[in-house]
Design a protein around this ligand. Structure first.
Ligand SMILES: Cc1cc2nc3c(=O)[nH]c(=O)nc-3n(C[C@H](O)[C@H](O)[C@H](O)COP(=O)(O)OP(=O)(O)OC[C@H]3O[C@@H](n4cnc5c(N)ncnc54)[C@H](O)[C@@H]3O)c2cc1C
Length: 217
């Protein structure tokens, strides 16, 4: 197993048995998600901003407009905390107290740094595109120089990172198992529906294979 070393702040105090530092487990969660929440302090106040991301090796990549407050603030190498959460089910207990959710989540601590060189920037933008829909980058028009200039790309190392995972049925108090109350799990899943073509699409453009066969695990 390839474990990420735990640190004082990634050590789970609450229900540590649900924690994992296995890089493969963490990578699998990151590769399945679409949205991360980026927490940082700006003007002495905390803020948490949702955004897209991709994993590129042992780094998390985020990008956006040069005008973005988040990207400007993070580009100054401030401390950042990024989370990714996948919801697997609603856990319905016999008591209100033990209601829960099945989930897989990742917390990343670190400092973002800007990716500056053209080659590295293009590689990171490719990773972002391929994370969302594999096969798309080679199909679409590449970013031009103006678009590259307008885009900030940041990388956060995945070397201070934890995962936490809840699975299974509700855990009720012993005396509650006799209650005539339904308990169990409602599994939840994000899935792709039939693609809807842009009404402005040229008549002679067929749906490409990477869109037709798109399935998220
Ligand atoms: C969808 C979802 C729903 C949840 N609902 C609840 C709820 O209703 N009530 C509740 O108390 N908790 C809930 N949790 C768990 C919650 O995320 C925290 O783990 C928990 O509240 C303990 O917080 P803490 O700051 O005391 O953790 P601590 O154990 O003190 O955290 C120490 C370190 O452990 C790691 N860690 C903690 N939590 C997570 C995590 N979720 N994922 C990855 N690493 C983690 C981090 O590195 C953190 O810095 C939920 C989690 C998810 C993903």
């Amino acid at each position: 197993m390839n474990e990420i070393p735990r640190t004082e702040r990634t050590t789970l105090k609450r229900l540590p048995k649900r924690g994992s530092f296995d890089r493969e487990v963490i990578n699998t969660i990151l590769d399945e998600g679409f949205v991360c929440h980026v927490g940082f302090v700006t003007d002495d106040k905390p803020v948490v901003i949702p955004t897209g991301y991709a994993r590129m090796g042992e780094n998390l990549i985020i990008h956006g407009s040069r005008a973005s407050r988040m990207l400007c603030a993070l580009g100054k190498e401030v401390d950042v905390c990024v989370t990714v959460t996948l919801i697997d089910g609603l856990v319905l207990a016999r008591s209100a107290f033990h209601r829960s959710m099945n989930y897989r989540s990742v917390v990343v601590f670190g400092r973002a740094h800007a990716i500056e060189t053209r080659t590295e920037k293009l590689a990171a933008l490719r990773a972002l595109s391929e994370h969302m829909i594999p096969g798309r980058w080679d199909y679409v028009r590449e970013p031009n120089e103006r678009e590259l200039q307008q885009t900030t790309v940041l990388s956060v190392p995945l070397n201070e990172t934890s995962a936490k995972i809840r699975t299974g049925q509700p855990v009720d108090d012993d005396e509650d198992y006799d209650l005539p109350i339904w308990a169990g799990i409602i599994p939840l899943r994000l899935f792709a529906q039939t693609p809807v073509a842009d009404p402005l699409l040229r008549m002679d453009v067929d749906i490409p294979g990477h869109v037709r066969s798109y399935v998220k695990p």
